[in-house]
Design a protein around this ligand. Structure first.
Ligand code: SF4
Length: 80
């Protein structure tokens, strides 16, 4: 099956794909402050923050939800 890379929902690749076929992420950053956090030191380090921020591809929270729901139904992840 072809990988799906959407704004809000995607198929994780690499080791992240071992945990789930589907993933959803609206934000960059995390306020948990774990000492071992790989995001703070890895390829995400330049965009990572201790304050979660809505991804730039979304206008606001309502738009993020709108995109999320559209993808769910258009990709038949959920059906009515
Ligand atoms: S490991 Fe990093 S991203 Fe995960 S919960 Fe901890 S601080 Fe957040």
């Amino acid at each position: 099956m072809k990988k799906f890379k959407g704004k809000a929902i995607y198929n994780p690749s690499g080791k992240a794909g071992e945990y789930s076929y589907w993933a959803c992420n609206f934000y960059t950053g995390c306020s948990n402050g774990c000492q071992y956090c790989y995001c703070k030191r890895g390829v995400m380090a330049h965009t990572w923050s201790d304050t979660p921020k809505l991804k730039a591809c979304f206008k606001n929270k309502a738009h993020a939800l709108e995109v999320f729901v559209a993808i769910l139904f258009n990709k038949k992840i959920l059906s009515l």
